[in-house]
Design a protein around this ligand. Sequence first.
Ligand code: ZN
Length: 285
Amino acid sequence: MERTRPAEETNEYYSEKMKDLQYKRKSARRRQIARRKRRFYVLLSLVMVTFLGIGYAVSHAVGNIETAEVTSSGKSSGQVQATPYVEPSSDYERVINRSYPIEPGYIAGTGELRTIANSGGKQMETNAAINLEKMIAGLNDAGMSIIVQSTYRTDADQEYLYNRQIGRQGGDELKAATISAVPLTSEHQAGLAVDLSVDGNLDESFAETAQGQWLLEHCVEYGYIHRYTEDKMEITGIIWEPWHFRYVGSPEVAKAITDSGKCMEEYYGKFLDPEDIEPYLPYLK
Ligand SMILES: [Zn+2]
């Protein structure tokens, strides 16, 4: 008699088979997914490495260009950090202020004084004097006259003026120093500065006079600059002085400084030390 399996057994057998088959299929599917994931991550890594590489190459190339630009505009080759300040080409460009005083007896440029024509025997450094004469001639040609009020001062002269100013300010040395330079910090002592006037007075109204306006416009043509402007008082430490003109050696230098919109401290990077400007700020508003 042929042995027959019970239906349940047969069903169970096939059911087991099916489970096994399903299990194998699932395993295969899982392995396939795992393979795809691996491929995906490998590909992702490759893409990231490529992008990082490109990014690095680009930034490196830009860095090289920037370095090259800095080097080409710098003072000397091999200099990585370009200074934003101009290097003086002569001592006519020397910045003189409370933090950068001159030596006793110092006269700039030629080191010699020259008497200015029609000034009552007043003197300035040779080239400053010659160019002041030309500037006054230009003003005269434009139909105006001017008084040469103050030019070269000896160290003793500056000492006297500074002490007199302290007296006028009731003993307030800080205020006095914003009006009359502390001895050895005046451009007049170096023979490079002139104060010009229309009536013998030195005040802000000079800026409104025809002479004052002509000088502000034309002084650069004679190598002079308007040194103490209204907008730079908190940097120069000196009040607005539209009557004070400073010789800087040539029309080119004077024009370059003026066109920069900077005062000499900013242009040459010779700023006042904090102790030489901060206590004075209340007097420079
Ligand atoms: Zn002056």
